[in-house]
Design a protein around this ligand. Sequence first.
Ligand code: HEM
Length: 443
Amino acid sequence: MSPDPRPIPVVSGTEPGAGHYAEFIAHPANFMMRAWRECGELAEFDLGGARNILMVGPDAHEAVFRAPDDQLSAAEPYKYMVPVFGEGIQYGAPLPIERQQVKFLSNSLRPDKMKGYAQVIAHEVEAFVADWGDEGEKDFYDEFKELVLRTSTHCLMGQEFRTRLSDEFGTLFHDLEQAISPQAMVDAHSESEVFARRDKARARLQDLLMQAVGERRREGGEHPDMLDVFMNAHYADGSALADELIPGMVVWIMFAGFHTSSNTASWTAVEVARHPELMAPVVQEIDAVHRPGTDLSFAGLRELPALDGFVGEVLRLHPPLVTLQRAVLRDFPYKGHVFEPGVVLNMSPYVSHRVPSSFPEPERFDPGRPAPANVFAAIPFGGGRRKCVGNAFALLQVKSIFCALLARYELEPVDPPDSYVDVMPSLILRPSEPCRLRYRRRA
Ligand code: HEM
């Protein structure tokens, strides 16, 4: 263990034994904002005895994303996901296997598959809003959770599964999700009712998904969904991905993509409602490529730069993943410091996206702001080898939703605009509830 030659400022307010755990657990994004404001680019904090460093800004991101896996490990800090995905999957598998499994996921999201998903999503979204009438009020957090569950299960497991099982799937998934909390980061196996429910839900999902795999194996044929890709996946040595691991792949991809996408959609709706003055270019370009009641093509969705800018700004200010962690396995030098094995490094999109040198007037919602000069400044989807493999799919979903919605409706807040704030009851950031918005058919 090498001593750090220069001290890093420690965030104030530690408690004996627990360090900053209580404040962190209450709202990780707010805690890290305070840490940055108080200490600057590097801030040290303590989560129940584990030494953590917050590293803010593009230089830090670049250094961390470029480090090899045997120096900075993603598996160590995220091992609380193993009971959720299962042994043998992702961080429950050795690194070379995990890397190949990520490839299976990205194969299921190839551009040729995306065209089919775009159609599925467009149908689902059109059907979802078809009976909304001329005006009304809805909780857009609940609505988009339901909608993205439908679109995701449909693209992932096909029409049959989506109609038959998405309700139960949603409930089981909710039980898994409740167990992803700051508490799990400290001990994911402690005696707790939440973790017991997680294990029960995971076992039921294993059964349900194995049944679906079994039916497909018996019936044969090709299917245009992600399950089909997993059922035909082979490792580099020619061996097949075992059927017993397929449920874990499904849970993994759902976990990575479901709430991240639905929360982004909810925050987009809130920002649309709060910023009518910014909507003209977005609506004009949607009207140029889309008529309500028709399915928007994959090509059409790609021609929406103003909507892209709008969603990009939502992801800057409300990135669903507020901290990306790596554990140091080998001494990691950075700007005159040396972080020793055991230290956990935290990169926070939430904090780094508010650094004025990268994003002038950072709290202003400005979809037209130029992209920062440094490509490592904006990291809603991470970066480097572990960059999100589902970013194009996520944007496809969110853009499809807003094409269908904004082609028909205008939105406005029901509650005072400033009352919609970022909350973190789990590790994924989302808008506060109630997330009520009023919609009215466009003139
Ligand atoms: C707005 C939606 C999304 C956001 C903000 C998001 C964000 C991220 C981030 C920040 C990472 C990197 C984590 C790290 O470095 O520690 C990541 C990784 C990943 N994401 Fe996403 N994601 C989104 C949607 C999706 C979707 C829809 C899928 C799949 C369909 C997906 C699949 C993955 C996978 C498999 C990884 C791990 C990649 C690896 O380890 O190499 N994500 N995501």
